[in-house]
Design a protein around this ligand. Structure first.
Ligand code: NAG
Ligand code: NAG
Ligand code: NAG
Ligand code: NAG
Ligand code: NAG
Ligand code: NAG
Length: 354
């Protein structure tokens, strides 16, 4: 074979290799293209029909059985109901949440604290559709991030698109972030000094009972800042304080997650004041949620585009703001236990444009 022929063969071989490479790249890109441009919605929607709402309310420990109540305190317990608007022009399903705020177990309240029944009563659009491409919070700087996440007042009012309506002003004022399935208040994550209550960067941690809740000094409202399995599986009899329980006192954040050992699936633990569902620490595939969420602790968790909050082992534990939020590389300065990074979930990436 002459040198001319060899060169020819080599050109042919490289050409073929290049061709095969281009083909394989194209083949690999096709499913991604299809995912982005056909079956999967780009903007994302939300499961917010009356039936979807009723599926959610069934998870709540609704104890009332008849008649709308003007003051839930006059009855006992919790009433979480869906209101389907029947008009053809507006099918927004609303959820009305009424709770006396009392737990299904005996809390461990320090002797000098007071503890009182509440009249929590609000209505909000059920699970409104939101988009990863239009975050409600996108702080660009450390101070902007801190003014949202290190701010007990930042969940005072949900975004107007939530159609939030308050029937009765709660004693907790603006610090109520949502209601747990057991009817107990979920407060904004911050302590009164705008710090992580459990892993503050300044001052000392707050104390809670073994169900991870305590009362606030002003309104005597029993509340969670971090998720507790007691909401799903209330203990009977007297419980202790967290400090008296070695696993709780050694790491309250790890203990919080450990109370969900029997719930390693997508598990509703409450509803946020913005109408989004709050889930426990596990995803639908049984994995613990350690990434995929934004600064608010919210995640796009399915191919429909549903957005919900997840219980995490890192600050803000349940919800830090009414999202969606952004995914900055900075973390809040009021905690020594921040998320290691904010990352888009698989679905959030699918819906991201631009
Ligand atoms: C409500 O709480 C009680 C007492 O723990 C429990 O038996 C019941 O199953 C709960 N209901 C719902 C819907 O979770
Ligand atoms: C619960 O609230 C809904 C909506 O206001 C109402 O229709 C229902 O009758 C209430 N049930 C109880 C027991 O209060
Ligand atoms: C439908 O109802 C929602 C919730 O009340 C409201 O925000 C929205 O403006 C209404 N839309 C129309 C077209 O009436
Ligand atoms: C805390 O959040 C509220 C509500 O968004 C806001 O009005 C206030 O300015 C914030 N405070 C700080 C110190 O950023
Ligand atoms: C529970 O605590 C109360 C108040 O301290 C006490 O009177 C009661 O005996 C305790 N019950 C049990 C079963 O320990
Ligand atoms: C600590 O709490 C866990 C979960 O509630 C419980 O199983 C355990 O017995 C408690 N330990 C002590 C020493 O109270």
């Amino acid at each position: 074979m002459g040198p001319g022929k060899l060169v020819c063969l080599m050109i042919l071989a490289f050409g073929l290799l290049g061709f095969l490479f281009i083909i394989s790249v194209v083949l690999a890109l096709i499913p991604l293209y299809i995912a982005k441009h056909s079956g999967t919605p780009l903007t994302g929607s939300a499961s917010n029909s009356l039936t979807d709402c009723q599926t959610l309310t069934a998870k709540f420990n609704t104890t009332c059985s008849s008649g709308p109540v003007t003051n839930i305190k006059a009855t006992t317990g919790t009433n979480v109901t869906c209101l389907g608007l029947t008009g053809t022009s507006n099918s927004t399903v609303k959820i009305r949440v009424q709770s006396n705020g009392l737990p299904l177990f005996c809390p461990n309240i320090p002797m000098l604290d007071t503890f009182s029944e509440q009249n929590i009563d609000f209505e909000v659009n059920f699970n409104p559709a939101v988009s990863v491409n239009s975050p409600i919070f996108k702080p660009p700087t450390q101070s902007a991030l801190d003014s949202i996440l290190c701010n007990i007042s930042s969940e005072m009012a949900p975004p107007s698109s939530s159609g939030y309506f308050l029937y009765s002003t709660p004693a907790s004022g603006g610090t109520l972030a949502g209601i747990s399935v057991d009817g107990v208040s979920i407060f904004n994550v911050n302590s009164a000094n705008n710090q992580d209550p459990f892993y503050p960067s300044t001052a000392g941690p707050e104390s809670v009972d073994q169900c991870l809740a305590h009362c606030n000094p002003t309104g005597a409202v029993y509340h969670y800042h971090i998720a507790s399995g007691c909401a799903l599986n209330p203990p009977s009899g007297n419980i202790t304080s967290c400090s008296a329980n070695t696993s709780c006192s050694s790491s309250i954040a790890a203990y919080s997650i450990s109370t969900f050992t029997n719930y390693k699936q997508l598990t509703v633990i409450g509803i946020a004041k913005d109408g989004h569902i709050i889930y426990g620490p596990y995803n639908s595939d049984g994995t613990k949620v350690t990434k995929g969420f934004d600064i608010c602790n919210g995640m796009f968790y399915d191919k429909i585009g549903n957005y919900g909050y997840f219980a995490t082992q890192t600050f803000p534990y349940i919800t830090g703001c009414f999202g969606p939020g952004n995914y900055p590389t900075i973390t809040p300065s009021c905690t020594t236990n921040p998320a290691s990074a904010y990352t888009r979930s698989y679905y959030a990436r699918l819906f991201t444009t631009g």
